[in-house]
Ligand binder design. Structure first.
Ligand code: SF4
Length: 457
């Protein structure tokens, strides 16, 4: 057993910041809107469960054949005139991007809403290199102005109210404080369109890599991706290796499922497949796909946890997770947040540093019900807990508390002791911050066996 990692200490502090009534109400409102749209979108399916099962099989087969699918993707993409680079980790990916940018006379870069670009620390890297970059999605544009990180994979500015966004735009662009949502969106669209024409490179993620045609599938609702990619000389795609699927035909299953689960719409407004640089001079003259591993090959080796790699990043599990609604997006301290992030991060980065994330889940199962590719997230949480326990790298205090609780649960004498003693013990055992923001439930005055003896049950 080890003492708490620095990440764990930071996590507790950040949870305490997020844990307040106003935050809770904002999160509940936003995620509640999502849940209504999501359940309506499922009505579009005659048999949603069957589609999820098909997606589960497809994604798992893709993982098992990943090596071949990636090599085929590379062959076909090269035949189409593109280039594929293989990045082992974040440093590799950053170096590759810089080398590509440096070869050209580049004045500015645009980027799109993609979590993998956050994973490689793109914004910070470009700032360090003094290369101007522009966000092209509406919500990320606001976050860039506010100097904030995304709060949710699909709705990066989920934590900001309309008034807060208004205030950011007023502060940075002198937009009127009483602007309507429509006025704000129109203003940002105008700004992003201007930036898109100023940039010579666009960096995007990919929703799927299509092995059979060497294509990159990207899906969006705003139209900024397609505009940004079409107007530059160089299009760089950063895609993690798990994005590969066998065929363009599979999009018929996966794209509607991804839309329904990410935003609650039956289909995203704009879906693009690009198979390489433009052949007629109308689009990027160079297109490069950087395939990022960054610890995923190691996760592939664990048969149980491997299933987490079939995630299609729809964000549904994040939106429905009661823990996320309470602690928000920043407390995780990681790029991938919510239930799937809490499963993947300890294995992709460091089990010891992030062991605390394995204790978060209450195993309510809402994430499993909402996952379009049926990842058994709660089973994976339990597997992670097993690894932490086996390697004895969990928080020593937490372990001691659980052992004491188990000891008490096994002792009839202790279970029958007076309720005020139980209350005192719980207060001593449980983290001292646990009851600063909520009331500790009352302990029943009699134990079950006492009630049974007294004929009360
Ligand atoms: S684990 Fe499932 S629900 Fe969560 S983001 Fe991935 S695909 Fe979506």
């Amino acid at each position: 057993m080890t003492a708490m990692s620095n990440w764990s200490v930071k996590f507790k502090k950040d949870c305490a910041i997020a844990f307040d009534e106003e935050h809770w109400q904002k999160m509940n409102y936003s995620t509640g809107c999502y849940e209504k749209r999501f359940s309506k979108s499922r009505e579009n399916y005659r048999n949603a469960e069957l589609e999820r099962q098909r997606a589960y099989i497809l994604r798992n087969k893709s993982l098992l054949n990943m090596e071949k699918l990636l090599v085929d993707f590379e062959t076909h993409f090269n035949e189409n005139g593109g280039n594929v680079l293989w990045a082992r980790d974040v440093d590799d990916a950053q170096e590759m991007i810089w080398e590509l940018i440096n070869k050209r006379d580049i004045k500015a870069v645009t980027r799109t809403n993609s979590v993998v670009l956050d994973e490689i620390g793109l914004n910070k890297f470009l700032v360090e290199k003094k290369m101007p970059y522009y966000e092209t999605s509406v919500s990320r544009y606001v976050l860039q102005a506010a100097g904030q990180a995304p709060y949710h994979p699909m709705f990066p500015a989920l934590h900001l109210s309309k008034e807060e966004i208004n205030s950011v735009l007023n502060q940075h662009y002198k937009l009127k404080l009483d602007s309507s949502s429509k006025q704000m969106v129109n203003f940002i669209r105008h700004q992003t369109s201007k930036h898109i024409t100023q940039a010579q490179v666009c960096i995007t993620g990919a929703n799927f890599l299509l092995s059979d045609i060497g294509g990159v599938a990207m899906t969006e609702n705003e139209g900024n991706i397609v505009k940004a990619c079409a107007s530059v000389k160089l299009h760089i795609v950063v895609a993690d290796i798990t994005k590969v699927i066998p065929s363009v035909e599979d999009l018929g299953l996966l794209l509607p499922l991804a839309s329904a689960h990410s935003t609650g719409s039956s289909m995203s407004a704009i879906n693009t497949i690009t198979t390489g640089p433009a052949k007629n001079g109308n689009g990027p003259e160079q297109m490069v796909v950087i395939l990022l591993d960054n610890g995923r090959s190691d996760v592939l080796g664990n048969e149980v946890i491997r299933q987490s790699l079939s995630c299609i990043r729809c964000g549904a599990c994040v939106s429905v997770c009661p823990i996320y609604k309470n602690i928000g997006g920043y407390a995780y301290g990681t790029t991938y947040i919510g239930p799937i992030g809490a499963v993947m991060t300890p294995l992709m980065i460091d089990l010891e540093d992030y062991a605390h994330l394995t204790t978060l889940c209450s195993l309510c199962g809402r994430c499993v019900e909402s996952c379009p590719v049926k990842i058994p997230i709660t089973d994976l949480v339990i597997e992670n807990r097993r690894l932490v326990a086996t390697e004895r790298i969990g928080d020593a205090k937490y372990e001691a508390m659980v052992r004491t609780m188990i000891g008490h649960g096994k002792s009839r004498k202790k279970m029958d002791c007076a309720s005020w003693i139980k209350r005192l013990e719980i207060k001593q055992l449980v983290n001292k911050n646990a009851f600063t923001k909520r009331v500790m439930p009352e302990i029943a005055p009699k134990s079950f066996s006492q009630m049974s003896k007294d004929g009360e049950v």
